[in-house]
Design a protein around this ligand. Structure first.
Ligand SMILES: NC(=O)c1ccc[n+]([C@@H]2O[C@H](COP(=O)([O-])OP(=O)(O)OC[C@H]3O[C@@H](n4cnc5c(N)ncnc54)[C@H](OP(=O)(O)O)[C@@H]3O)[C@@H](O)[C@H]2O)c1
Length: 337
């Protein structure tokens, strides 16, 4: 039986990948720090959780054991993480490092985490320039892409078959943050109006964890040193995303399409010019998407619904509440009209 080891395997990517591989007959081990975070679907399908901190090389060596057919790292943020990953990758047939489309820089050097938003002429290919590699705090907005590039370099400069995947805005069961919550909550709160800055035309490519898992399975069958984008088959606008969620529930609201960068109607898929990943390289390797955004996002919506309706007091999801759901400001806007 083929063995996969997924570092940080209890999040959206690990959950989708482990489930897919287990269904395909793989032996799957996932790591994390807290066994309470292990998704039930991984356990039910026979996946094994091992406690191991990503920062602890001794623990990582122990979980790697004598080797793996596939090694996936969901927690590789810096050059030093990459160096630690290489120690394990020597005993893996194929290794996948999850990077991010945040590494891409436009012709002026701007990137998605910069003060000035980037402008890309069309779908971004993997040969597009990146930000400069730096060894800084990866938990800062600016440091995140710079450190990811530094990590990518360490891996791609090695002679080992490490594939770097650059996803965009991930959705799926266990997504952190679950960006769609803002619209699910609006439906649950039975709001009759939804606001959209810039008329909701903004496009920041979505990536289904389910599609990412399918790409990882292809890489497992074709190990190699390369970079691959991962975005959904089409890239919906913010307005289209809201409609998919609203229609899932059969809910109706009036869309208030605001001109320009207004106070209201901001969401987490904002980009002044479309951010779309070119998927030709993945397709040429043999990848086929599991589904479109509309088809795959239902998994996350159902998960959010189950969390929201299970009756926990103070149910909150990090990073997507607060000002994003400023109903009072919306009501004041409507009262002024
Ligand atoms: N979210 C996005 O839209 C997006 C977009 C592009 C790229 N990415 C990349 O995707 C990756 C994150 O994937 P994800 O969202 O599936 O994972 P995640 O939710 O960020 O983390 C997965 C799991 O890792 C465990 N973990 C955290 N720190 C750990 C540590 N020090 N040692 C061991 N386990 C640890 C956590 O469980 P415990 O707390 O129990 O340890 C968590 O459940 C990152 O590399 C990120 O850069 C994300």
């Amino acid at each position: 039986m083929s063995r996969a080891l997924i570092l940080g395997g209890t999040g959206a990517i690990g959950r989708a990948t482990a489930s897919r591989l287990l269904e395909a007959g793989w032996d799957v081990h996932v790591t994390g720090r807290d066994s309470r975070h292990v998704p039930v679907e991984i356990v039910d399908r026979g996946g094994i959780f091992i406690t191991a901190d990503r920062e602890d090389p001794v623990a990582l060596a122990a979980v790697m054991g004598t080797g793996a057919d596939l090694l996936v790292d969901c927690l590789c943020y810096t050059a030093s993480h990459a160096t630690a990953l290489l120690e394990l990758a020597r005993d893996a047939t194929a290794t996948v490092m999850i990077s991010s489309k945040a590494v891409y820089a436009d012709d002026s050097g701007n990137h998605t985490n910069a003060t000035i938003a980037p402008h890309f002429a069309g779908p971004i290919v993997e040969t597009q320039a990146t930000v400069e590699a730096r060894d800084v705090d990866y938990r800062t907005r600016d440091g995140y892409p710079a450190c990811k590039v530094a990590a990518e370099r360490v891996l791609l400069d090695s002679a080992l078959p490490v594939t770097v995947i650059r996803p965009s805005k991930i959705h799926g069961v266990g997504a952190a943050p679950p960006r769609e919550w803002v619209f699910v909550k609006r439906v649950l709160d039975r709001r009759s109006t939804a606001f959209f800055a810039n008329r909701g035309v903004s496009v920041d490519h979505t990536t289904a964890a389910l599609n990412l898992a399918a790409l990882i399975e292809v890489i497992a069958a074709r190990p190699g040193s390369r970079i691959l984008n991962c975005g959904d088959p089409t890239a919906p606008s913010t307005l289209e995303i809201s409609r998919v969620i609203r229609e899932y529930f059969g809910h109706v609201w009036r869309e208030v399409l605001l001109e320009g960068d207004t106070e209201l109607g901001h969401y987490l898929w904002e980009a002044p010019t479309p951010l779309v990943l070119d998927m030709n390289a993945a397709r040429e390797l043999g990848y086929t998407a599991v589904g479109t955004y509309e088809e795959t996002v239902t998994a996350e919506v159902e998960w959010l619904l189950s969390l929201a309706t299970r009756g926990d007091d103070g149910f909150e999801l990090p990073g997507v509440d607060g000002p994003l759901v400023d109903y009072a400001a919306e009501d004041r806007f409507l009262a002024r009209r």
